[in-house]
Write a protein that binds this ligand. Structure first.
Ligand SMILES: Cc1cc2nc3c(=O)[nH]c(=O)nc-3n(C[C@H](O)[C@H](O)[C@H](O)COP(=O)(O)OP(=O)(O)OC[C@H]3O[C@@H](n4cnc5c(N)ncnc54)[C@H](O)[C@@H]3O)c2cc1C
Length: 297
């Protein structure tokens, strides 16, 4: 049995939106297909009549600086993100996340947009984008709009995108702080994860830390942990106690205690128990924080 009847390859956003308004339904965008095709084959996704391939839409393929932001198109395969010097310079955590997704074959086709649209709370690219304070650009037949990244997620595997009506165009990562670095103010980020053997899929647990350091003080910090809740999760209360402080044992232990008090770790049949995740996050958080702190020195 065919998994779909109609496969469209628009080259521009306008062509994609034409397809969205006129092609037979049910309709869904497809990028690398590394999540969607498996879900269709294994019956976890309801049947689709029209697939709209987003990997040749020019507006979704750019990686470039736009004003105070680094823009990364939703249709960019993650291996291109890993190799791109702009991403390396402004969003190191995203490079580190993308280079751990699957194996080389998966990374050649899997896109950042697909990683985010699938809306899993521990997806590696998603957790990095959350700590990097990204905004998402969304297109529909009535135009495009930008929303804060957390607004994309409503539950495990459920995004706020209107199915068959809205498309992720790309992500805007703020970089102005990096560009106006003074001698003493530095911005850095770091992503680390604990996983079963490489290439098997989602991590047991991952952490991203973004921070702004002014001499020996944390000016600002963002901490994202996956899976820390039903949707991609930021440890906002732990962040608050660290702002204005130096990274020392006492403040790290306090932040960790708060993080553990607010995180909603759950047990998953294939990956890890909630208790094991609570145990692992202690060393992973400290390690990721320490690397980001030293990078900003
Ligand atoms: C062997 C294997 C290993 C993996 N390892 C990892 C891993 O280590 N870490 C990890 O995070 N993930 C992993 N994954 C999951 C998957 O590869 C990633 O989530 C990938 O980034 C999905 O992107 P895609 O382009 O293949 O998405 P697709 O499968 O094409 O699409 C996924 C979903 O997003 C929607 N979609 C795609 N593009 C858009 C768009 N532009 N706008 C709106 N909706 C869109 C689709 O309709 C679909 O619902 C793995 C998968 C496999 C098969």
């Amino acid at each position: 049995m065919n998994l779909w009847q109609n496969y469209l390859r628009p080259k521009t956003l306008a062509e994609a939106m034409d397809a969205f308004s006129s092609a037979p339904r049910p309709l869904a965008p497809i990028a690398g297909g590394t999540d969607l095709l498996i879900d269709l084959e294994q019956g976890r996704h309801s049947p689709i009549h029209t697939l709209v391939d987003v990997t040749e839409i020019e507006e979704l393929l750019a990686i470039e600086i736009r004003d105070d932001h680094l823009f990364i198109g939703a249709g960019v395969p993650v291996n291109r993100i890993v190799l791109n010097p702009l991403v390396g310079a402004h969003a190191q955590a995203l490079v580190e996340a993308c280079e751990l997704i699957g194996g080389p074959q998966v990374r050649n086709v899997a896109t950042l947009g697909g990683n985010v649209a699938h809306a899993l709370p521990a997806a590696d690219g998603t957790i990095a984008l959350l700590a990097l304070d990204a905004e998402a650009e969304i297109a529909s037949t009535v135009g495009t709009r930008r929303i804060p990244f957390p607004e994309l997620f409503v539950g495990p595997g459920k995004s706020s995108l209107k199915h068959g009506e809205e498309l992720l165009v790309g992500f805007y990562i703020p970089i102005q702080k990096t560009l106006r670095d003074s001698q003493s103010r530095k911005v850095s980020s770091c992503f680390k994860r604990i996983m079963r053997p490489q290439g098997v899929a989602l991590p047991v647990i991952n952490v991203t830390v973004w921070l702004e350091r002014e001499k020996d003080l944390i000016e600002n910090i963002r901490i994202a942990v996956g899976p820390g809740a039903a949707t991609p999760w930021r440890a906002r209360d732990a962040e608050q106690v660290m702002i204005g402080k130096s990274v020392n044992e006492e403040i790290v232990e306090t932040a960790l205690e708060i993080l553990l008090a607010h995180a909603g770790f759950r047990s998953s049949a294939r990956r890890a128990s909630a208790d094991y995740r609570r145990h692992l996050v202690e060393s992973l958080f400290k390690d990721t924080l320490q690397t980001a702190w030293l990078r900003a020195s």
